[in-house]
Design a protein. Structure first.
Length: 139
């Protein structure tokens, strides 16, 4: 099972990242509301209802990351689940690419933003690669 290690390691990282995303950015952002001027982020420059939508999106994305990470940890050694995990990994990559576009349209890129986005794409790519290796072993 070549992809099992990739799925388990990236699954753990996704759960950790999902917790940070969902609770630190999503839930706390919603609790602080639109007046959260202490959060320096390009999303904050959008203002009003768009900020609330952005925080809801972060909350949902974090929850999705947690679920996908848990599934990767749990089913990383099951060949039969390789197709499902592969599709979930592709969806994660698409979500991260969309967030990259949002950051690009909302403000300027900094080195930390670029590194964060690269890491947020690298981990789902590693997850998807592990599922691909399991799919390949299945056939």
């Amino acid at each position: 099972m070549n992809g099992e290690k990739y799925l388990k390691i990236s699954g753990i990282l996704l759960v950790l990242g999902g917790v940070v995303t969902a609770f630190m950015y999503g839930a706390i952002g919603l609790l602080l509301g639109v007046g959260a001027s202490s959060i320096h982020d390009p999303i904050m420059s959008l203002g009003g209802p768009l900020v609330t939508l952005a925080f809801i999106a972060l909350l949902l994305a974090g929850i999705y990351q947690i679920i996908v990470g848990i599934l990767g940890i749990k089913y990383g050694s099951y060949y039969q689940k390789a197709d499902l995990l592969f599709i979930l990994g592709i969806i994660l990559i698409v979500i991260d690419l969309i967030s990259w576009l949002i950051y690009g349209s909302a403000g300027s890129f900094s080195i930390s933003t670029i590194l964060s986005i690269a890491l947020n794409i690298l981990i789902p790519a590693m997850y998807t690669y592990g599922a691909f290796l399991n799919k390949k072993d299945l056939s």
